[in-house]
Design a protein around this ligand. Structure first.
Ligand code: NPW
Ligand code: ADP
Ligand code: K
Length: 494
């Protein structure tokens, strides 16, 4: 897992690394430019003309090194400078001296407009909103039709806080070593475009002295988080779980959770649905078993949890009297692994007096709106939401999965993990129900809470990527769950 540092911490990381390895900062800049160019040549055909706008700090230095390297690879490159080069950073000035003559060099106003715009004006050094020429440049570039790529950060975007004023709108941001926190905020997606994170080889031991509790997870050592089952295992070893939810007109939700749990490897899945859902589930998922229904069109009655390894509740549940009682009963009486999603969360939000029943084996999986209903607080921005999520889990001792692009997992020890799998093709009804099934399944198989949640959220996103690359726009939630076994195979999990 990659620690996420603040903009200021990046600078001291840089210094510590350079000193520790006995290299100079110029060499680190060379590495950054090299990894950028390695990515660039894969994405951008050689025929495209490239204009690189460079500030005079180290981000601009990266831009100049990139200009030199792309020129060396045969691209037609123009550089547009903004700011006073004589007062530039030492590595910027050194790169300016070695810029090949073939690369055209002008002030930003005179730089010819290329088919590709590379933004190397500001990176993590930004410390105030853009003004003057910088603002004019960014406004002008934003108005142009071109492929737009930011180096490390879109210029104008602070690394650790909300955007204020104009910000470069990139199609891609290639960020070095780890993503800066603000690139992960949903409201900044319009500036970041597609986020690409490239290592520049800074060893993880250099991160140890920084006490950040926020991490970025891209599936490192995923297989080691999984349980192995001997060949002699029987279905009981793979967990007996209950999935409760579904209501008239919304039986598909609990069906998706059920199928996802089975595809995640659950041994026995019992469904608690209302009477109107029994035939639907029995016919559509022959592998599932249906518990005696308590209500006609909404779940009701009680839940027998004897011998059950985990319970997932919420998809399609509704908020009728029976559902409310079931959520209350589950929270009060069941101390085993529990996943609460959708209406189960909304019901909890309506009954804040039940929050004290939450415990270390409960995971809540709200999307942004459900999170707002749960806490009763409208997050000012994603940074505020990150803090609210951390405070919530520390207070109530449970786990919270705040869903969206870069789903944020908060653990009760205060650690927060942004998940790096997933795709925009998952933005379709039912994808969240799939996650409920996956998480309940892993918990039922006896995974620790931490491993279940990390594996579950990561595979869910990865299965979404696999489905998205096959079906593109039009991907269904069922396509996502059908890709779960392929995601396991991909990571060597048998
Ligand atoms: N380990 C790594 O990650 C590596 C990092 N590398 C690269 O270095 C980049 C960081 O470079 P950097 O520290 O020189 O800062 P950068 O963003 O170029 O800004 C320069 C100066 O601009 C100024 N300024 C700020 N806001 C302003 C505004 N609104 N309007 C006008 N001026 C403004 C401010 O100076 P001030 O005016 O406050 O004195 C600031 O110091 C990083 O993003 C990455 O690309 C790689 O090369 C190698 C490995
Ligand atoms: N743009 C996106 N990138 C990555 N993941 C996404 C994106 N949009 C949605 N998702 C994922 O899809 C799921 C949607 O869940 P949710 O909003 O509860 O949907 P539903 O209620 O329809 O099941 C979440 O796990 C979320 O992380
Ligand atoms: K930039």
């Amino acid at each position: 897992m990659q620690k996420i540092l603040s903009g200021n911490e990046v600078k001291s990381l840089d210094q510590q690394y350079v000193a520790g390895e006995g290299i100079c900062s110029y060499q680190l800049m060379e590495r950054a430019a090299r990894v950028f160019c390695a990515w660039f040549v894969q994405e951008v055909p050689m025929e495209k003309s490239v204009s690189i706008y460079c500030g005079t700090g180290n981000n601009g230095g990266d831009g100049l090194a990139i200009a030199r390297m792309l020129d060396g690879k045969g691209y037609s490159v123009h550089v547009g400078l903004i700011g006073d080069p004589d007062s530039g950073s030492p590595d910027f000035r050194q790169n300016l001296q070695v810029l090949p003559e073939r690369v055209s060099l002008d002030s930003w106003e005179k730089c010819p407009s290329g088919q590709v715009i590379v933004d190397a004006v500001f990176g993590v050094g930004i410390n105030r909103p853009l003004g003057g020429d910088y603002q004019s440049l960014v406004q002008e570039l934003n108005a142009r039709a071109a492929l737009k790529i930011s180096v490390d950060m879109p210029s104008g975007l602070p690394s650790d806080g909300p955007a204020e004023g104009d910000v470069f709108r990139a199609d891609y941001t290639v960020s070095f070593q780890f993503p800066k926190l603000s690139l992960l905020a949903p409201e900044h997606a319009v500036f970041t475009g597609k986020l690409v994170v490239k290592s520049i080889g800074i060893d993880r031991r250099y991160f140890e002295s920084f006490d950040s509790r926020r991490f970025f997870y891209s599936g490192e050592a995923l297989e080691t988080l999984h349980k192995t089952f001997p060949n002699s295992s029987h279905k009981g070893d793979f967990g007996r779980i209950i999935l409760a939810g579904g209501s008239y007109g919304k039986m598909g939700s609990i069906g998706l959770s059920t199928r996802a749990a089975l595809r995640t490897g659950s041994g026995l899945v019992f469904c608690k649905v209302p009477a109107c859902g029994v035939d639907i589930l029995q016919t559509s998922i022959p592998e599932a078993m249906v518990l005696p229904p308590g209500g006609e069109t909404e779940v009701g009655g009680s839940l027998e949890t004897e011998g059950i390894d985990a319970v997932g509740m919420g998809p399609g549940l509704g908020k009728g009297k029976g559902a409310v009682e079931l959520v209350h009963e589950l929270l009060r009486r069941y101390s085993g692994p529990t996943v609460l999603d959708a209406d189960a969360i909304n019901i909890l939000g309506d009954h804040p007096e039940w929050l004290s029943f939450l415990h270390a084996k409960v995971v809540l999986t709200p999307h942004l709106k459900e999170f707002e209903r749960l806490t009763g607080i409208e997050g000012k921005n994603h940074f505020h939401r990150m803090d609210l999520a951390r405070d919530f889990v520390v207070k109530y001792g449970c786990v919270l999965v705040l869903k969206g692009a870069y789903t944020l997992i908060s653990f009760p020890d205060g650690q927060q993990v942004f998940n790096n799998s997933g795709s925009v093709h998952m933005a379709t009804g039912g994808s969240g129900d799939v996650l409920t099934g996956i998480l309940t399944s892993f918990l039922g198989q006896g995974y620790s809470m931490k491993n279940a949640v990390l594996c579950g959220v990561f595979h869910h996103g990865h299965a979404g990527e696999l489905a998205g690359s096959q079906f593109g726009r039009g991907t269904l939630a069922s396509d996502i769950l059908e890709k779960i076994p392929e995601s396991f195979r991909h990571f060597g999990i048998v």
